[in-house]
Design a binder for this molecule. Structure first.
Ligand code: PMV
Length: 327
């Protein structure tokens, strides 16, 4: 039996604009993970996959190319050169909220690829994992930029531009973030589609907004690399204003963001597709409790506190797969 896991993720800055070729910054969140367990099954039972958290249980033979997890299994077996798969039972679990902008789909697929490679006794490079997972992300998202599969597969903060090799980002000082779940599910495919329609109607205005987001992302990269949390907080707020102009915020998200700012966050914004899902607030460590309390009082369903560092927190070694630096 082999087990592998993969983290959730947040986008710090640049979501949506990243689909249009602008840079974005993302980081893994090891406080919530997806886990895949692969075990040999009784002869003749074929390959069965069960993901009870998303109410799915099926045999590989009975599903087509519209089932993302089956796409991942087939692509991984092809990569491994396994033409006639042995009988396998694959179980998937996740405590990452679904359709919440925390990359639950990418994490499930990543854990699955890693566990299958481990089952067949092979080591897999993050680039390979990322490429396989991208195929399934296309089914969840439509036309994904590739940021989710990349950050989850590499498991470290990244600077990402669509179609280019991701660069590792090395924060000069740890960043403490409070992540608050609005409890409103919002499939990324829908918000990406809404931005696409806006872009088709108002191309020039959208391109200007994307350029402005790109400038914020550049400045955020500098702020992260210089350990300048005050500036990064202000950049979060500015990015949120641009995301509102793109129409991907919502009353619920605005309320949570305002609550975090009023409770002393350095800055706050939606993270991911928007219109629901999660917001992130950058805080000084001593403000974590006050900001978390304010967010809960404003209706947040779940709070996750994470630290973004050059490496994942040493307190979580058992949740972390073999670490590997980008480049
Ligand atoms: O999966 P989400 O909701 O975190 O969104 C991913 C970020 C987007 O920029 C909205 C889409 C993409 O493919 O980059």
């Amino acid at each position: 039996m082999t087990t592998a896991n993969a983290p959730g993720k947040i986008i710090l800055i640049g979501e949506h604009a990243v689909v249009y070729g602008r840079p974005a910054i993302a980081a893994p969140v090891w406080q919530c993970v997806a886990t895949a367990v692969v075990a040999s099954a009784p002869p003749g039972s074929g390959v069965t996959i069960s993901a009870m958290d998303i109410h799915r249980r099926f045999s590989l033979d009975e599903v087509g190319e519209d089932e993302p997890l089956a796409v991942v299994v087939r692509a991984t077996l092809a990569h491994l050169g396994v033409q006639h798969p042995p009988d396998l039972q694959i179980e998937l679990h996740s405590d990452i909220p679904i359709a919440g902008g925390l990359g639950s789909g990418a994490a499930l697929s990543t854990a699955l690829v890693r566990a299958l490679f481990a089952h067949f006794g092979q080591v897999v490079e993050p680039e390979v994992v990322s490429a396989i997972v991208y195929e399934s992300e296309r089914l969840y998202h439509g036309a994904p930029s590739g940021i989710d599969n990349t950050v989850v597969a590499f498991g470290q903060p990244i600077w990402f531009i669509k179609g280019k090799a991701a660069e590792p980002l090395r924060p000069a000082a740890p960043l403490t973030l409070v992540i608050a779940d609005s409890g409103v599910p919002s499939p990324t495919k829908e918000t990406v589609g809404a931005v696409r329609r806006l872009w088709e109607r108002e191309t020039e205005r959208c391109e200007v907004l994307f350029d402005e987001i790109a400038v914020l992302a550049q400045r955020a990269r500098l702020a992260i690399e210089q350990g300048d949390r005050q500036t990064l907080g202000r950049l979060f707020d500015a990015d949120q204003t641009l995301l509102e102009a793109l129409g991907v915020s919502s009353e619920t998200l605005d309320r949570l963001i305002l609550a975090a700012r009023r409770a002393g966050a350095l800055g706050a914004k939606l993270s991911g597709g928007g219109r629901g899902g999660n917001i992130i607030a950058l805080v000084e460590p001593e403000r974590v409790d006050a900001v978390s309390t304010a967010l809960k009082a404003s209706g947040a369903r779940r709070i996750i506190v994470t630290q973004i560092e050059r490496r994942s927190p040493p307190s979580l070694p058992s949740r972390r797969p073999e670490a590997r630096e980008l480049r």
